[in-house]
Design a protein around this ligand. Structure first.
Ligand code: S3P
Length: 434
């Protein structure tokens, strides 16, 4: 990619990012449990969403893509025993949420995944599920996949989450569907609430009281609710790459249409505005999860501090925020983000390493980093390995659009997990990709 050539077409450009990965996978699970057929519009055609949908098909759901929509016919609460292990690919959300969903559903399930997923901690879901009465075996070396779940009769419980994690919260709430009695989770900081919003949309009885969420269990027979139609908005976390690419480029302008605007996902907008970005948001409709149009205009950026409650609401955007930090005047400090070390890769180590390859001054911290800018980027003369992490691959590609020469990024197949059209969109905006 050559920076001189990239993004000349962005003035007045429009991009439609693909469907939200978190919402798509939750919709696949909940529509598969419903009674009847749900029509899903905007379902992410990416690998993670496909792995989760296939897993649900292995347990009796029927899925069909027809006329630009996905139709899912559910099992009315009675999951079937799968014949084969569930291959969850790269999907942490699919694995952790599904573990909760099947834990009390009277089936025995084993799950496996790719190299990145097989290195991610699963003890964080085993612990609460065992407290509820499930039997979980983790046969990987360090509390990792492969995982065996021998469902048990679950009892509702109160659980204080040891970390701010929407995946663990959702895992426990989904297990709560098949439990006897009430299950309550208390989070240390607010995290994305797509599971709660979908429960409400389906009429599943939940109560939300600040950071406390409770669900009244249906017992081992499972939940009974009717299918409905779902509209999945564009993924804010995919839009984030273009928000930063344009915000840091004075003179450029881009419109991102149909982007999910759930307030627990959009803290990047606050951060970018603090950094000096010119961003306009128009909320077009509200339907469970709000969505709308984001217009970004490039401006000179300055550093900021990102920490505390803001972190879970931009957790997946931190690699691209670090890129913004490299282009901004002064220091950008990221703290309280140790969770980044257990994502698809150790994102603190990978981001620090990659920024340094571009000549950026960055200090690594246990729970984040301090990035100094602005940097006159140098083009790395070695290939950069994504290590199978989609957000690392895309962040490096955006960073390089600000440098002078072409680079080689290895292992970019992972981008298909969340954003298969990423390279095409980069070319649409003037980037050159081989
Ligand atoms: C997700 C929650 C976050 C996020 C992940 C998707 C979800 O993970 O990083 O990409 O869909 O619930 P944690 O819950 O582990 O923080």
């Amino acid at each position: 990619m050559k920076s001189k050539k990239i993004f000349p077409a962005t003035l007045g450009g429009v991009v439609q990012v693909p469907g939200d990965k978190s919402i798509s996978q939750r919709v696949a699970m909940l529509a598969s449990l419903a009674e009847g057929t749900s029509k899903v519009t905007g379902y992410l055609n990416g690998e993670d969403a496909r792995s989760t949908l296939s897993a649900m098909e292995q347990m009796g759901a029927k899925a069909e893509f027809r006329d630009d929509a996905l139709y899912i016919t559910g099992v009315a609460g009675s999951l079937h025993q799968p014949d084969e292990p569930l291959d969850m690919g790269n999907s942490g959300t699919g694995t952790r949420l599904l573990a909760g969903l099947v834990a009390g559903a009277g089936v025995e399930v084993s799950m496996m995944g790719d190299e990145s997923l097989s290195s991610r901690p699963m003890g964080r879901i085993r612990h609460p599920l065992e407290l509820m009465g499930a039997h979980i075996g983790l046969t990987g070396k360090r509390g990792t996949l492969p995982m065996m779940i021998c469902g048990g009769k679950l009892k509702g419980m109160g659980y204080l989450l040891p970390m701010a994690s929407a995946q663990v919260k959702s895992c426990v709430l989904l297990a709560g569907l098949y439990a006897e009695g009430k299950t309550t989770v208390i989070e240390p900081r607010p995290t994305r609430d797509h599971t709660e919003k979908l429960f409400q949309a389906l009429g599943i009885p939940i109560q939300i009281n600040g950071l406390e969420v409770s669900i009244e269990g249906f017992g081992p027979a499972g939940p009974k609710y009717k299918a409905r139609d779902f509209v999945v908005p564009g993924d804010f976390s995919s839009a984030a790459f273009w928000i930063v690419a344009i915000a840091a480029r004075p003179g450029a302008e881009l419109v991102l249409e149909n982007v999910g605007l759930n307030p627990r996902r959009t803290a990047l907008l606050d951060v970018m505005r603090r950094m000096g970005a010119d961003i306009e948001v128009t909320m077009t409709e509200e339907q469970g999860d709000p969505y709308g149009t984001i217009t970004v205009r490039g401006a000179p950026l300055k550093g900021t501090v990102i920490e505390g409650d803001e972190i879970p609401n931009l957790i997946d955007e931190l690699p691209i925020i670090a890129v913004a930090g490299a282009l901004a005047e002064g220091q950008t400090e990221i703290r309280d983000a140790a969770e980044l070390r257990v994502k698809e890769s150790d994102r603190i180590a990978e981001v620090v390493k990659n920024l340094r390859l571009f000549g950026v001054e960055v200090e690594e911290k246990e729970d984040g980093m301090i990035v100094s800018g602005p940097t006159a980027l140098k083009t790395p003369d070695v290939a950069i390995d994504s290590h199978g992490d989609h957000r690392i691959a895309m962040s490096v590609a955006i960073l390089n659009s600000f440098s002078d020469g072409p680079i080689v990024i290895k292992n970019v197949g992972c981008v298909d997990t969340s954003y298969p059209e990423f390279w095409q969109h980069m070319e649409q905006l003037g980037g050159r990709v081989k």
